[in-house]
Design a protein around this ligand. Structure first.
Ligand code: ADP
Length: 162
């Protein structure tokens, strides 16, 4: 029984994230998608909004659940008995950042193994920041994010919150 966590900001979640979750859930018995709430980053969506969107996205998958976490992710992995920490990789820039992060996490908790999952080529250009920027200029993001997210982004911009 191997449990995995997939942590991130998910501001907002994209089809690239969903693809990683979908593939991970075929490999691991249980996958926890973990919305990190203690990020220094200024976010467009509150942790609860990101949690709700992700819940809707994974609702048909019995072995996937969404969690909010305000501790270190390796601490969270320990709490839920997860031995694998999944991170998605799009390119070499992701790799340099993620590799350093994995070294730090290994030092913090040697029992948790970071596993990198390369993006599906269909999604390699997708990143949450670019999607927000595109939406801010009225661009069509419907092929990049699930319907629930496209709606939520549209609502944010129409309410004037960015
Ligand atoms: P963070 O803000 O912690 O970098 P993100 O919410 O941006 O996290 O992403 C969470 C994880 O998903 C990261 O490992 C990131 O590399 C990965 N990821 C983001 N977009 C994609 C994508 N299009 N394909 C594959 N992995 C992705």
């Amino acid at each position: 029984m191997v449990k995995a966590i997939f942590p991130g900001s998910f501001d907002p979640p994209t089809n690239g994230h969903l693809n990683v979750i979908e593939r991970a859930r075929r490999i691991y018995n249980e996958v926890f998608v973990v919305v990190a709430t203690n990020s220094e980053k200024k976010t467009m969506f509150t942790p609860e909004e990101r949690y709700d969107m992700l819940c809707e996205m994974v609702k048909d998958w019995k072995n996937v659940s969404v969690r909010l976490c305000d501790t270190l992710v390796v601490e969270y992995a320990k709490q839920v008995g997860a031995s694998v920490l999944i991170r998605g990789l799009r390119n070499i820039d992701d790799f340099s950042y993620e590799f350093d992060l994995s070294m730090m996490n290994k030092t913090l908790n040697p029992d948790v193994e970071t596993v990198f999952m390369p993006t599906d080529p269909k999604y390699f250009v997708l990143r949450s920041s670019a999607i927000k920027e595109l939406a801010a200029y009225g661009g069509d993001i419907s092929s990049m994010v699930p319907g629930v997210v496209a709606e939520a982004v549209k609502k944010k911009f129409s309410s004037g919150i960015r």
